[in-house]
Design a protein around this ligand. Structure first.
Ligand code: FES
Length: 191
């Protein structure tokens, strides 16, 4: 009977008040009343907590899917316009963020990320992927050390994108680019 009452209250959106009341009654009972009904109250509270935990886990599933699914749009290729290349530094890399939509059935899913680019007048632009070649964390350019640092497992890459320490064995990907009408267009391939 007690469990059914609690289930009804959960369905009616009174879970938190139920928990509070259960916790209060449980604490009061254990301090002042050795009555076996206090055990029942504890069991009811634990049952309520388990049901609620399961409900919260189910609620979390769509959130995870929302985050993960856009990252799974493999094979999509886009040319992204990053503007005039002369605004890039010659030595230090600039973070160039991008965002575009990819059609997936009836919905458009946002794809976000960033690349690193510099523009040495002597050798021209260099655009590197921000994806670490170890386990795909995002690397960050450190101007003081002139290295790309990966926060996940302390890997790092030199200014040419070659592995310089830690677990990574392969260089950062050099991304294809072209200059059209004075704009730097970079090929972004997902996956
Ligand atoms: S993901 Fe970069 S070092 Fe592991």
């Amino acid at each position: 009977m007690t469990t059914n009452k609690h289930s009804d209250e959960i369905r009616n959106g009174h879970f938190f008040s139920v928990v509070n009341r259960s916790m209060t009654s449980s604490r009061d009972s254990s301090e002042t009343n050795p009555d076996p009904s206090c055990l029942l109250s504890r069991r009811a509270f634990l049952g309520t907590a388990l049901v609620a935990g399961g409900s919260l886990a189910l609620l979390a599933v769509p959130t995870v899917s929302t985050v993960v699914i856009p990252a799974l749009r493999k094979g999509v290729v886009k040319w992204v316009d990053f503007g005039k290349p002369d605004q890039l530094g010659a030595v230090d890399f600039t973070m160039l963020p991008f965002e575009f939509l990819v059609k997936d059935g009836w919905q458009d899913l946002p794809q976000r990320g960033f690349v690193w680019a510099k523009n040495d007048p002597a050798s021209g632009p260099l655009v590197l992927s921000s994806t670490c070649t170890h386990l795909a964390c995002s690397v960050i350019w450190n101007p003081g050390r002139k290295l790309f640092l990966c926060p996940c497992h302390s890997g790092f890459f030199n200014a040419e994108g070659k592995p310089a320490g830690g677990p990574p064995q392969k260089p950062l990907a050099r991304l294809p680019f072209k200059i059209e009408e004075g704009k730097l267009l970079v090929q972004i391939k997902l996956g």
